[in-house]
Design a protein around this ligand. Structure first.
Ligand SMILES: CC/C=C\C/C=C\C/C=C\C=C\CC(=O)SCCNC(=O)CCNC(=O)[C@H](O)C(C)(C)COP(=O)(O)OP(=O)(O)OC[C@H]1O[C@@H](n2cnc3c(N)ncnc32)[C@H](O)[C@@H]1OP(=O)(O)O
Length: 303
């Protein structure tokens, strides 16, 4: 049933894009799903900047994958490797995640990684998405998200893996799991991460509608924990970190694990079927057509 519903994607995509277009700039006419070019970030520049304050034991990880910090395979690989290094460094007890790109924390999974790719490549990509989630969600460090821009879908997932979320109080920004609006389905571990964050009923509504929330709405439902003016986001995250690091590590870590272990264990025991499920879903023709349309519309709304 879920798959059948998800195949009715054209309508969902169009309605999402027309909702998102600023100031009545609606999609006009028919958009070709065929994309001959797409500006890619093929740069070899580091996609993650790590600034470690040895005295405080805190690293700031700045996401810098222009233009919108989409989670590509390269980005995820570099991110996991940087996080693993910090995890293994006993002098690093806390991480602040933030974006180096204007207006966007992360645009979520890189749609180009799911469009027109071989099943093998899609599988490799999905394993990297799982790995990012597993590393963040099970980290022994305190992780605080300093959400200084929009954070849809995978960007919201990334934020929800953190222990505390501070968002810039700018009504132009939005956050949420909007997958259904793209005609795709948030996997069970996305869903459970959201349930663990905002509760079952709120998640049920949010996921079915593919709802994106303004910062004020996100604060209301508990999707973020604090709103601050954008220029205060890092100082607030640093102050919050000091409070969290005042708690003895072992007690905090065991408590965190107790809260999150059932969800982590569930994905660990279903990793391969979850990859197969994703590959078989995403490579279906109707899903591919929808993703193509969505990408084309993302570009078109600029012109
Ligand atoms: C039964 C179930 C079985 C299995 C499970 C199956 C499926 C689950 C599968 C997938 C789950 C996916 C989760 C995701 O994360 S999907 C990604 C969703 N993301 C979005 O919808 C965000 C789209 N982007 C935006 O809304 C905006 O770009 C923005 C608000 C983030 C920023 O707006 P701006 O106005 O600042 O920037 P733009 O001009 O829109 O974009 C600039 C540039 O970047 C390109 N782009 C934007 N987002 C993405 C993206 N996610 N991936 C790739 N590329 C992206 C955009 O096209 C522009 O490109 P050009 O400069 O025109 O080349």
């Amino acid at each position: 049933m879920a798959l059948r519903g998800a195949f009715r994607t054209r309508c969902g995509l169009l309605s999402l894009l027309s909702q998102r277009l600023p100031h009545g700039n609606h999609v006009r006419g028919c958009v070709s799903p065929f994309l001959s070019t797409h500006r890619r970030n093929n740069s070899t520049a580091p996609k993650i900047k790590v600034d470690f304050d040895q005295t405080a034991g805190v690293s700031i990880m700045t996401l810098q994958n222009p233009p919108v910090n989409s989670l590509s395979l390269d980005f995820l690989t570099e991110f996991c490797s940087a996080l693993e290094k910090l995890e293994m460094d006993k002098s690093c007890r806390g991480v602040i995640l933030t974006s180096g790109q204007p207006k966007v924390f992360s645009a979520g999974l890189d749609i180009m990684e799911m469009y027109g790719k071989s099943p093998e490549r899609c599988g490799e990509f999905w394993r990297a998405v799982q790995e990012m989630w597993l590393k963040l969600y099970s980290s022994n460090m305190v992780i605080i998200a300093a959400i200084n821009g929009s954070s849809p879908a995978g960007g919201c997932l990334m934020s929800m893996t953190c222990d505390y979320r501070i968002m810039a109080d700018n009504p132009r920004y939005s956050i949420g799991l909007n997958e259904t609006q793209l005609g795709i389905v948030a996997p069970f571990w996305f869903k459970e991460t959201m349930v663990n964050t905002v509760g079952h009923r709120t998640t049920e509504i949010a996921l079915q509608l593919g709802q994106l929330y303004s910062p004020t709405e996100a604060l209301d439902i508990g999707l973020v924990d604090k709103l601050v003016p954008e220029d205060q986001i890092i100082t607030t995250a640093t102050q919050t970190m000091t409070k969290w690091l005042a708690v003895p590590d072992h007690a905090r870590q065991i408590t965190k694990s107790m809260m999150r272990k059932p969800t982590i264990d569930k994905l660990m025991s279903k990793r391969e079927p979850d990859i197969q499920n994703f590959v078989s879903f995403i490579t279906k023709d109707p899903i591919q057509k929808s993703l193509g349309l969505y990408l084309a519309m993302l570009k078109k709304r600029k012109s």
